[in-house]
Design a protein around this ligand. Sequence first.
Ligand SMILES: *[C@@H]1O[C@H](CO)[C@@H](O)[C@H](O)[C@H]1NC(C)=O
Ligand SMILES: *[C@@H]1O[C@H](CO)[C@@H](O)[C@H](O)[C@H]1NC(C)=O
Ligand SMILES: *[C@@H]1O[C@H](CO)[C@@H](O)[C@H](O)[C@H]1NC(C)=O
Ligand SMILES: *[C@@H]1O[C@H](CO)[C@@H](O)[C@H](O)[C@H]1NC(C)=O
Ligand SMILES: *[C@@H]1O[C@H](CO)[C@@H](O)[C@H](O)[C@H]1NC(C)=O
Length: 275
Amino acid sequence: MDVVKKLVAFIVTLAYLSSAIAEDICVQKGPCSCVFSNGTGIDLSAAVKPTFYQVQTYESRKNGTQFELQTYYFHPCFDVDPKVNSTKEGDTCGKPLSICRHVNTMDLINATTDTFKIDTGAYNYLGSTNFTKFTSDGRSIVYANGPSETIVLLVCAETESNLQVVSLKEPDQIVLQFYSPEACLRQVEEFGRSFGSTLCIIFFSCVIFYLVVGVLTRKFLMGATGLEVVPNLAFWTELPNLVRDGWLFAINGFKLPTRGPGPVTTPDPNGYDSI
Ligand SMILES: *[C@@H]1O[C@H](CO)[C@@H](O)[C@H](O)[C@H]1NC(C)=O
Ligand SMILES: *[C@@H]1O[C@H](CO)[C@@H](O)[C@H](O)[C@H]1NC(C)=O
Ligand SMILES: *[C@@H]1O[C@H](CO)[C@@H](O)[C@H](O)[C@H]1NC(C)=O
Ligand SMILES: *[C@@H]1O[C@H](CO)[C@@H](O)[C@H](O)[C@H]1NC(C)=O
Ligand SMILES: *[C@@H]1O[C@H](CO)[C@@H](O)[C@H](O)[C@H]1NC(C)=O
């Protein structure tokens, strides 16, 4: 019986600890989804539309005599061809991709008439789904591109999905923000996949199977009646104490708990209050 007690304490503790440890990492399931151990996660699939999400930003340079106009294109979940006129040498958006940037430069040619000359611009490839990584908190997707990377922050918002620019510290830190209801944490998988919950399911399935078989055996083969049909009744009435032992075992850093004077003899339903 003592072995069973220790085993129960150990399994309960192990299940609890392993689920606590595994909980904090959002494990990537694809280019636009990740799942926490409890089965909640992010899945942007429903935010996919035929076109790219776009955002435009411009920066003043050289005392306002030059402006740089940047347009960012973002397509979550899978790569599509932006079909832009990307035929110039140095343009790199002429293939299926997830993030592309178009940069125009505008030079002031006449200050009195405020006239600018705009160039044809250039398209820069910034990322594709093959090279994405979710951060462990599930709050952003990092698109790697050579030595630099583009970060797309995912913001849970009850608005129509849209793209914003957060920071453009060239060359290695472009941060965009994707506002979407699809960026909210929700149940992605029915069950958590953590070791702890798997262990729990197996353990309780065994307990139920054992109880059912036990009850049927005792009722029909041994003719037990009433509460007697429950196998190991003494064990079950003592279970609350065993679970408490498991907790104390964990809290004390897996050393056997120091008991108060006198052994615990009867199951004490108020035992939880003393923790
Ligand atoms: C699931 O786990 C995540 C990360 O630990 C947490 O933010 C979220 O609230 C949990 N959801 C539920 C329903 O427990
Ligand atoms: C920008 O303007 C300031 C004052 O108007 C001037 O002192 C400075 O030299 C200018 N810089 C350039 C690069 O034109
Ligand atoms: C694409 O660019 C080339 C050269 O810059 C130009 O001749 C052509 O008309 C452009 N095509 C479109 C559809 O804009
Ligand atoms: C700027 O435009 C004004 C008005 O059209 C013209 O008189 C002037 O010569 C122009 N200046 C330059 C530098 O082109
Ligand atoms: C992405 O991966 C797929 C399959 O692994 C491959 O067919 C495709 O060429 C890759 N794309 C890029 C841009 O590397």
